[in-house]
Design a binder for this molecule. Structure first.
Ligand code: BES
Ligand code: ZN
Ligand code: ZN
Length: 520
């Protein structure tokens, strides 16, 4: 889909479908673009009078046209109360419009974007949300569908954004950013949606290679031999039951070459999680091609950082394995010495994510970054606690969690903090080792105890752990997210990084707090 912002008069736009948002406004009733109403000889106004629900958020009504207007049809897109409209309302309207237009096998649309009076909704933000919605809503994973006469491959080829009373250049700037964001979210979605017989660790290395070439990232790939030299035994242990060899990928983007400050993102890359010898039962294994969503999101994020020219140095570390079952698999009760030197007893081979992250976090922390964020489909417990809609946030610097929660509310890729009180520390203590890879029995506070395990490998580096087990892959979806791989938390993380750039004092403040704590 090609998205562009144009000054064209909506009535004259030569497209299949003209999308007109309609709002409810206090004292004024329901508002539709006057020119559209006129061109359709008052039909929209009549419809609205008879059926006021047409203006409710999410409602869609199509009017087919017989001339007097460039479009073949007008889609009235209910936007709800005008004063409540947020960037997400725009994203949703654009997303469902793209989906409807696609479902009706039309190939072009034009979306009217009116002026909105909310302070937070700048013309930039409106343009960005519209472009994100259009592209993300149009997305479907159909690489493996053979097109036929009954089911042809349909795409919306062209989407025009038509600002109505908004400064065109600002909308254009926002739309350009939104399109880049969406394209990279889609990169992550595709990687997650492709099955594990395609996306194995070697494939993920190839993807990293292509990204490095395209964006001039420096790339380091550790293969099994090198991983052995580096004593990355926990990563190797998880991988040893699979014919697909493990790798560790490191990608580096230098957007602030004058500075030595480095930010690290570590993404869990389990290309398929069968559970290992503690094999997952039917009903729990089918979606486990999504267990590399953290790695996919970290790839998309660094690509986006480069395309948006974020002024920061970003390191991505992706441990890539398959957790499989054979005579060579690691076992419950095995004891492994991690790269950090800590010994770990395996309580459950299905708690493999934290094992590969242990070594990857240790490697990342050796680079002395300002911050490490890890992104992982880590625990089923997080899906129970926060559902498919919220990213679990755990951190050793609480101010960072607040920024993430705010970034979540802004992007509507929601995030919420779970606490890491010291009472949880004993949950991962080993009987005969330093630590174990399981927490308390019955999975009590399983998301937090997994994070407590990870904390053993980051030293005192400021760190945030994002458990994306729920939002990475969804069974329901929304207006701009079909079910399956979502590309979460790429939009959330981009906004978070932008906040760190805008307010570097967030990290500095936390540093001071830490220092004063030491003095206590
Ligand atoms: N990949 C899973 C977590 C997961 C569950 C992701 C559901 C997405 C949806 C992870 O490796 C896992 O199996 N965790 C175990 C840990 C337990 C054995 C301590 C879990 O959550 O049950
Ligand atoms: Zn597992
Ligand atoms: Zn897993």
């Amino acid at each position: 889909m090609k998205v562009s912002v144009q000054k064209t008069d909506p009535i004259k736009a030569k497209v299949d479908v003209l999308v007109a948002p309609i709002f409810k406004e206090k004292n004024k009733g329901i508002i539709i673009p006057a020119a559209v109403n006129r061109a359709l000889k008052g039909l929209p106004q009549k419809l609205i009078k008879e059926k006021p629900k047409v203006a409710d958020e999410g409602s869609q009504n199509i009017l087919y046209t017989t001339g007097g207007i460039g479009a073949k049809a007008v889609l009235l897109a209910g936007a709800g109360e005008k004063e409540k409209v947020s960037a997400n309302t725009i994203r949703k309207i654009a997303g469902s419009a793209a989906r409807t237009v696609k479902a009706k096998q039309y190939s072009s649309l034009a979306l009217i974007l009116p002026k909105l009076d909310s302070k937070d909704l700048t013309a930039d933000a409106i343009g960005q949300a519209a472009a994100e919605g259009l592209l993300l809503g149009d997305y479907s994973f159909d690489e493996y569908k053979t097109p036929s006469k009954e089911n042809p491959k349909t795409t919306v080829k062209e989407a025009l954004i038509l600002p109505d009373g908004l400064p065109v250049e600002s909308v254009q700037k926002g739309a350009k950013k939104g399109a880049l964001i969406a394209q990279n979210v889609i990169l992550a979605r595709d990687l997650v949606n492709r099955p594990a017989n395609v996306v194995n660790p070697a494939y993920m290395v190839d993807v990293a290679r292509n990204l490095a070439k395209k964006h001039r990232f420096s790339l380091t790939v550790w293969d099994q031999t090198k991983l052995k030299q580096e004593k990355m035994n926990t990563l190797l242990a998880v991988a040893q039951g699979s014919v697909n060899k493990p790798y560790l990928v490191m990608l580096e983007y230098k957007g602030n070459p004058k500075s030595k400050d480095l930010y690290a993102v570590v993404g869990k890359g389990v290309c398929f999680d069968s559970g290992g010898l503690n094999i997952k039962p039917t009903g729990y294994m089918e979606n486990m091609k999504d267990d590399m969503s953290g790695a996919a999101a970290s790839y998309a994020l660094i690509a986006l950082a480069a395309e948006l020219k974020l002024p920061m140095n970003l390191l991505v570390v992706a441990p890539l394995v398959e957790n499989s079952v054979d005579g060579g698999s690691y076992r419950p009760s095995d004891i492994i010495k991690s790269a950090s030197g800590k010994t770990i007893e395996i309580g459950n081979t299905d708690a493999e994510g934290r094992l590969i992250l242990a070594d990857a976090l240790f490697v990342a922390s050796k680079r002395k970054p300002k911050l490490i964020v890890d992104i992982a489909t880590l625990t089923g417990a997080c899906v129970v606690a926060l559902g498919e809609v919220i990213v679990g946030v755990m951190t050793n610097r609480d101010a960072l969690a607040k920024e993430l929660v705010d970034a979540g509310l802004e992007t509507r890729e929601l995030a919420w903090q779970l606490p890491m009180f010291s009472e949880f520390d004993e949950a991962v203590k080993g009987d005969i080792t330093d630590i174990k890879n399981t927490g308390w029995s019955k999975g009590e506070a399983g998301t937090i105890t997994a994070a407590v395990f990870l904390r053993h490998f980051i030293g005192n580096t400021p760190w945030v752990h994002l458990d994306i087990a729920g939002p990475a892959y969804v069974s329901r979806g929304n207006a701009y997210t079909p079910k399956g791989g979502t590309g979460a938390p790429v939009r959330l993380m981009l906004r978070f990084l932008e906040k760190l750039i805008e307010k570097p004092e967030i990290l500095a403040k936390e540093k001071k707090k830490e220092e004063s704590k030491k003095g206590e």
